[in-house]
Write a protein that binds this ligand. Structure first.
Ligand SMILES: [Zn+2]
Length: 170
């Protein structure tokens, strides 16, 4: 396993709609293991393939998010089948490091997809996990969390991000 480089929000692949996965093979299994290692190393609770430069529909999420358990899974071709109620909560993104904002999301979702053996899987999630599912699904569709904010808040975050980037580069 290896730790992959996480692309930041300026990389065009973060704006790309990722393509469906036709074949689950050894490469995909290896990718998902690397993604899980990369997610925990960051540290984060979810990661979409385009964040590590692969424009394909696979995400990894720690199902234990918000609890003291760790339970990472990879989900292939995920889709949100149902959204219920709304909640607002703090959200961040590994591609927009160190910046957070209050984002409105569905409180409960039903997510469907496939595991790495090609079996259909279905998860009912609420609160933190529901937020993580929606956030990672958005990535696969080229959407970033700040797209959910008003223009003024979004522009403020973008300026902060660019300032941090400048500070980091020599
Ligand atoms: Zn993200």
């Amino acid at each position: 396993m290896s730790i992959l480089t996480i692309r930041n929000c300026l990389d065009p692949i973060l704006r790309q709609k990722c393509g469906p996965i036709e074949n689950i093979d050894g490469n995909l299994v290896a990718l998902s293991q690397d993604m899980i290692e990369t997610m925990f190393d960051a540290p984060g609770a979810g990661l979409a393939a385009n964040q590590v430069g692969i424009a394909q529909r696979i995400i990894v999420v720690d199902l234990g998010i918000g609890t003291d358990k760790i339970n990472p899974v990879a989900i292939v071709n995920p889709e949100i089948a149902a959204f219920e109620e709304e909640m607002t909560g703090e959200e961040g993104c590994l591609s927009i490091p160190d910046l957070f904002a209050e984002v409105k999301r569905a409180k409960r979702v039903e997510l469907k997809g496939y595991d790495l053996d090609g079996n259909a899987v279905r998860y009912e999630a609420e609160d933190h996990l529901a937020r993580a599912f929606q956030h990672e699904l958005d990535h696969l569709n080229g959407i970033l969390f700040w797209d959910k904010l008003g223009k003024i808040k979004r522009d403020l975050l973008k300026r902060k991000f660019k300032k941090k980037l400048k500070e980091k580069s020599p």
